[in-house]
Design a protein around this ligand. Sequence first.
Ligand code: Q9C
Ligand code: ZN
Length: 350
Amino acid sequence: MKIFHNTHHAQHAGRQEMFRGRLVDCHEVPDRLRYVLDELQRRPVGQLLTPDAAADVNAAMARVHAPDYLAFLARAWNDWVALDPTNAERDALPSVWPLASKHAFRTDAPPLNFAARLGQYAFDSGTPLTAGSWAAAREGAACALAAAQAVLAGDRFALALTRPPGHHAGPNYLGGYCFINNAAVAAQALRDGGLQRVAVLDVDYHHGNGTQTIFYERNDVFTASIHGDPRTEYPFFLGHADERGAGAGEGYNLNLPLPRGTGFEVWWAALQNAMQAVSDFAPQALVVPLGLDTFEGDPISGFKLRSADYLKLGQAIAQLGLPTVLTFEGGYAVAEVGVNTVNVLEGLRG
Ligand code: Q9C
Ligand code: ZN
């Protein structure tokens, strides 16, 4: 399989994040990807490639993200440093105003102040903007686009091996360590490449809120997610079982929340349900946002999968018999994320 890896990923290196009410060292670190690349040296299950520089990644991103959001991201670091030259030495953490009431929060009069605008385009303060965030996120989208193009050209599997991750990023907001929704870029590129129906099967520990929202009113992209119950788990405000899509998209979103502490057997049963729903949709291709934070050793998550279980996950994905793009998402047990990722890839071979 082709593995498109992001050679710019380390330019996104956040220092601290807001986590459960306090500042802690970032969990989403460059070493995550290095461990996967190291394991791929030991077990070369794919062909390491970089995306074609000529591909139009800006157009691909604009198919799933709002133009003002992309324009904001492209110049956000410059604006941050312009605010105060000493900002060049520190990351920008979004200050957010998560007010749902319409008399508490105006959306028709966006502020000019940079810190306020970063808050406008963010839903949490756990996602630092750094000097290289945009370069890294944009190249990640190029990896997702290249993986989709490989599948369109006839490859059975392709992986976008990139960070920062993507599945929490929505049409016009960042959050959950994500800026550009790589899985959504891939799914839309598959649609634009002529496939009528595309399914997304999100196996990250956290609900894929960004992907769900991007496709919520559409019946051409079916979205399914297996994740920690949002009553206790991030992203908290989305991911419940009764979110089934809206308008033309009603019935085209499936959420399977599971309690913190869930082990492989119960998780596996949910995976079978999600796979049945994917098959019933009869898609022509599949996108798998691949989070490895379902691992028992993950420092911020609560499922109990073991390393060997990821081989079975890969085998299950292969059994769907669909051309498949995978995007690298969460997984914060850094020393094990390489083995667990490559176990999935090995499982894909049957
Ligand atoms: N203040 C992914 O796995 N942590 N993202 C809590 C809230 C956020 C996980 C921070 C966890 C995000 C791609
Ligand atoms: Zn996650």
